[in-house]
Design a binder for this molecule. Structure first.
Ligand code: PLP
Length: 379
């Protein structure tokens, strides 16, 4: 999730309802209540920026940590564009502690209104309420910084799933921590929310046969729980091995240099001659649930890899906004151009803890061979 795009959306794509104070999506007319950052492929989202926006707009943050068991994020990044810092009361993070968080710049014109509501530009859309001292002071500067960097001594490594109000984990068998069937969990440090979630997963029962709300059956099977408890002990080592394998892929591709037949120039639409390795900012420790690269001619690439006896996969072929299930939201082709450009190029290479250096060398050799004719075709 790109916090700059999120800020743009909150500022321009939403308005404040004068009666309720709710943030409303201008296009859909629906209230906006929460942000769901997905730590995709095991790569933590830029949570400082997202949490700052959530605080500013009074939104809940529910992390999708389904692919990020054990991934870490360096929280409390403080190298701000103007050297500004503010001491913010912590409201939705574990331990209930206060902390220093880097201020994320919002575009000019955004302001915090009385009663905790957000005034968006133009201010006329703000709910009417008596002004409190300093409450309508505009916050932030012209734009979000591209990335935040932690400053030594003021930030801490935190696990994905401990940063928002709640987080969802999947233990689907293929996950870094996988059951032998369907399983999942929610983490939160909010006891009341935990109580409600426990009830929801058990047909809304507060105690046996007393249903306080409608729920469903989302109980974790005891056999799956047993399997997960045993596997959980191995997770840190498995994650370490995945990170090691990712570093090896990076080195092997880097060592390959420019692709033959392309005169050293990048294949069309790609920034590097060799496949671009996944982005790994220094403020994250991703756990590589998936190792995805971008290639110019994916069908051909996958076919060639299959002929070399190497499995590849696509995560994911259709961007969310183009899924049939979300047709009703009215986002057609062109709505999210980056996702649409990347979706046909991404392909996942083998990635699992036991992957050996020799196997990776084979994968990379096959990948480079697969890319050569493709690169020439695009030259
Ligand atoms: C990022 C992400 N979110 C949500 C889910 C859904 O998890 P589950 O199928 O266990 O409900 C998955 C599982 O594939 C996932 O990878």
């Amino acid at each position: 999730m790109d916090p700059r795009k999120l800020a743009e959306y909150l500022e321009s794509g939403c308005r404040v309802d004068a009666a309720s104070g709710d943030l409303i999506d201008r296009k859909l007319g629906l209230p906006v209540k929460a942000i769901v950052p997905v730590h995709l492929y095991g790569q933590p989202a830029d949570m400082d920026s997202i949490l700052a926006l959530a605080d500013r707009y009074r939104l809940q943050v529910i992390e999708d940590a389904c692919q990020a068991h054990g991934a870490e994020y360096h929280q409390g990044q403080t190298n701000l564009p103007h050297g500004a810092e503010y001491h913010q009361g912590q409201t939705n993070l574990p331990h209930g502690a206060e902390y220093l968080r880097g201020q994320t710049n919002l575009s000019q014109g955004a302001a915090v209104a009385p009663r905790g509501q957000i005034c968006l530009s133009p201010p006329a859309t703000a709910p009417e309420a008596p002004a409190e001292s300093g409450a309508d002071t505009p916050v932030g500067g012209p734009a979000l910084p591209p990335v935040h960097r932690p400053k030594a001594g003021q930030a801490a490594w935190r696990k994905a799933g401990s940063l928002g109000r709640a987080a969802a984990f999947s233990f689907y068998p293929g996950k870094n921590l996988g059951a032998c069937g369907e399983a999942g969990a929610v983490t939160t440090n909010d006891p009341e929310l935990a109580r409600k979630i426990r009830m929801l997963r058990d047909h809304g029962q507060s105690r046996k046969y007393y249903h306080d709300m409608e729920g469903y059956n989302g109980r974790l099977d005891a056999i799956q729980a047993g399997i997960l408890s045993v596997k959980l002990k191995h997770l840190p080592e498995w994650n370490r091995q995945r990170r090691e394998a990712a570093a090896r892929y990076r080195e092997l591709f880097r060592g390959a240099g420019p692709l033959a037949g392309n005169g050293g120039a990048p294949p069309a639409g790609l920034p590097l001659a060799a496949p671009a390795p996944p982005y790994e900012p220094e403020w994250t420790k991703p756990i590589y649930h998936v190792y995805a690269i971008r290639v110019p001619d994916r069908d051909r690439f996958m076919q060639s890899m299959a002929e070399a006896g190497i499995a590849t996969a696509i995560h994911y072929p259709v961007p969310l906004h183009l899924q049939k299930a979300y047709e009703r939201l009215g986002y057609g082709p062109g709505s999210f151009p980056v996702a649409e450009r990347v979706a046909p190029q991404i392909v996942s290479l083998p990635m699992f803890p036991q992957l050996t250096a020799a196997q990776q060398a084979q994968v990379v050799a096959a990948a480079l061979a697969a890319l050569r004719p493709s690169a020439a075709a695009h030259a």
